[in-house]
Design a protein around this ligand. Structure first.
Ligand code: PRP
Length: 209
């Protein structure tokens, strides 16, 4: 049985559709209920719905053999997992954003609000810019509006959250997308099963292009 951690939510549903088309269907997952685990014994696959930022924890510790995690999470937490495939979905950008009239003149320590403290620290270290990281857990866009920070480092997908709050992208740090990841031991011991999944998912990635 291959244990697969899927990120709960819209991205997870899209990714499950790819697994389904790849031949790893599990019809019970589409029933509307509060269940978290779904199994198709015949196909040798068991799916779990996991909070997106927790997928890499389940995979790193072997509670799941494989899973789907955003590149943002992999860069931020650097879990010891194998990154097997860019699934080409969940595409967005990690950006610095701020109020339209804010310009960083470099004179003061820059106050940066973010969920991604390590990514932000890395980015500004490379620029040689001193920053003060303000770690938040959500609604990051509020920080510059209320004067809690000068800028934010956050994910921008459609850009509508920024637009509707009169903020703008100041710079793009890197592109993000969902990745298929594997537990290191599972990759050894369930090598052929995992390789079959990767092969079948590659076909789905190309079909989506
Ligand atoms: C994410 C991100 C932005 C928003 C960007 O937040 O932190 O706020 O999506 O998407 P957009 O460019 O399409 O508007 P999420 O919905 O995960 O909620 P959060 O505020 O709890 O982080």
């Amino acid at each position: 049985m291959l244990n697969v951690a899927l990120p709960k939510g819209r991205l997870g549903e899209k990714v499950y559709d790819m697994f389904e088309k790849a031949g790893y269907e599990c019809p019970s997952i589409k029933e509307t209920n509060r269940k978290l685990i779904f199994e198709n014994e015949a196909k040798g696959v068991r799916y779990f719905w996991v909070k997106p930022s927790d997928v890499s924890i389940y995979v790193e510790r072997g509670a799941a053999d494989i899973g789907v995690a955003g590149k943002d999470i992999l860069l931020e937490y650097e879990p010891s997992v194998y990154e097997l495939l860019d699934l080409g979905v969940g595409k967005c950008r990690m950006c610095v954003a701020g109020k339209k009239d804010f310009f960083d003149d470099g004179k003061k320590v820059l106050r940066v609000a973010t969920k991604f403290g390590n990514i932000a620290a890395d980015y500004y270290t490379k620029l040689g810019r001193d920053i003060d990281i303000i770690k938040l857990n959500g609604s990051i866009e509020l920080a510059p509006i209320l004067g809690l920070s000068d800028v934010i480092v956050d994910i921008v997908e459609t850009g509508s959250t920024l637009r509707e709050n009169n903020l703008e992208v100041k710079s793009v740090i890197l592109p993000i997308s969902a990745r298929l990841i594997a537990n290191e031991a599972s990759f050894k011991f369930k090598c052929s099963e995992i390789e079959n999944v990767v092969r079948a998912m590659k076909v789905q990635v190309s079909a989506n292009d």
